[in-house]
Design a binder for this molecule. Structure first.
Ligand code: PMP
Length: 401
């Protein structure tokens, strides 16, 4: 007899865990301090202002607000987002090139769907965002992993890879306050990356949901700002700077790529939730988003500083870690023989009451086991200090015995 499982597509094979599985390790220990989930702080959500904005949108538009609209999404909101990425990212674009999506996640998946045939070759920086790997995995690509350096993607290694694999058609990168490492790509590398894309003919998927959350400087020009050939798709999201429950992301694309993305978007879900987007548009009319982001930055800056301080104070020299100046995350590299997943279940949770995300799923081939991701948004600076002390002790013991 054929089992139901045999009727499933290979891309949904339950024997192969999704890259997104394990992102939220079970916090079965209620005493645990969690550096795991990468969620924004709920106490900073502008709920009252958003409620008023929903009211305004419904009062001003009536029944028509609830009608089918367009595949690209609410024009007012698209124009505002185009202006934002113009101002802060130096990207010259208009509402016509913006597509509203169900979070940045859908934008990534739509680009994958529009570009990848099964088995195509793609390049990703490692480690990289698990949600993007989950989206790419659906097309069963051949991955080429390119390491990150302190100033972003290692472009020499990338060029080397491109020479050996000229059929690579897509490169995925998170240039600003990267998930999971917090690393930001330098301006020089952004420019050089576009040059490489022009020379070796590939598409760049620039995913930048954290770009407004820098704690020491204003956002750098987007990679898209150096694009002269329409080969960069810029993706961002309101999840980290407003609220993820709005499920609102957006992309900027040009020409044939834009047309292809709109075509697959129609097949996916016809269009976005216009009521939500009209409300966000009304929110942006009535409120100063940059002032709200300033308040977020002031809070997250202190949490980020506490984390880096804790790592410096309590972790042994054999352990490497990044020094983010924005975003939500820090990446810790343990000595090669220490498995971060085993450490979590054997010591971190049961002994130290502290959790994090083990890093294996951030690698497309799941072949690196000594990295871990820490998110600092969910704890106060004092809790972060206590958590780092506890984790530092566990790590010390694992490293030195
Ligand atoms: N890209 C990156 C790098 C992320 O960290 C996230 C959220 N964790 C997303 C995309 C998608 O988020 P959302 O769909 O909520 O916009």
């Amino acid at each position: 007899m054929i089992m139901l499982q045999d009727l499933l597509a290979q891309r949904a094979n339950p024997d192969v865990p999704s890259a997104l599985s394990g992102l939220f390790p079970q916090d079965t220990d209620p005493r645990a301090l969690s550096f795991a989930a990468g969620s924004p702080r709920e106490d900073l959500f502008p709920v009252a202002a958003m409620r008023a904005a929903f009211d305004t949108a419904i009062t001003e538009n009536g029944a028509h607000l609830f009608q089918y609209q367009t595949a690209q999404g609410n024009p007012g909101l698209r124009a505002k987002l185009a202006a934002r990425i113009g101002k802060w990212g130096q990207v010259t674009t208009t509402a016509d090139n913006v597509v509203l999506t169900v979070g940045g996640q859908q934008a990534i998946e739509l680009v994958a769907k529009a570009v990848l045939n099964v088995g195509d070759e793609i390049a990703v920086e490692v480690p990289t965002y698990v949600g993007a790997l989950a989206a790419f995995d659906l097309y069963q690509p051949t991955y080429h992993a390119v390491p990150l350096q302190a100033d972003g993607l290692d472009l020499d290694r990338l060029e080397d890879t491109l020479k050996r694999h000229p059929r690579i058609k897509l490169l995925y990168t998170v240039p600003d306050y990267h998930n999971p490492t917090g690393i930001t790509m330098s301006i020089a590398k952004r420019r050089q990356l576009v040059d490489l894309a022009n020379r070796y003919d590939f598409i760049i998927l620039e995913d930048s949901p954290y770009r407004d959350l820098g704690y020491t400087h204003v956002p750098l020009p987007a990679i898209k700002s150096f694009d002269t050939a329409g080969r960069v798709v810029f993706v961002s999201s309101l999840s980290k700077i407003l609220m993820p429950g709005l499920r609102t992301g957006w992309l900027v694309a040009d020409g044939d790529l834009l047309a292809a993305i709109l075509r697959v978007r129609l097949a996916s879900d016809l269009e976005t939730a216009n009521v939500v987007h009209a409300a966000i548009d009304a929110y942006l009319e009535a409120n100063d988003l940059d002032a709200h982001i300033d308040a977020l930055r002031a809070n997250y800056r202190a949490q980020c500083a506490a984390l880096v301080q804790g790592l410096t104070a309590y972790f042994p020299d054999e352990v490497g870690y990044t020094r983010p100046d924005g975003g939500f995350f820090d990446w810790v590299t343990l000595p090669e023989e220490v498995d971060a997943a085993a450490l979590l279940t054997q010591a971190a949770i049961p002994q130290a009451h502290v959790t994090y995300v083990p890093g294996t799923n951030f690698y497309p081939n799941r072949d690196v086991h000594n990295g871990l991701r820490l998110c600092f948004t969910g704890l106060t600076p004092h809790e972060i200090d206590v958590g780092m002390q506890r984790l530092g002790a566990v790590v010390k013991q694992a490293v030195r015995g």
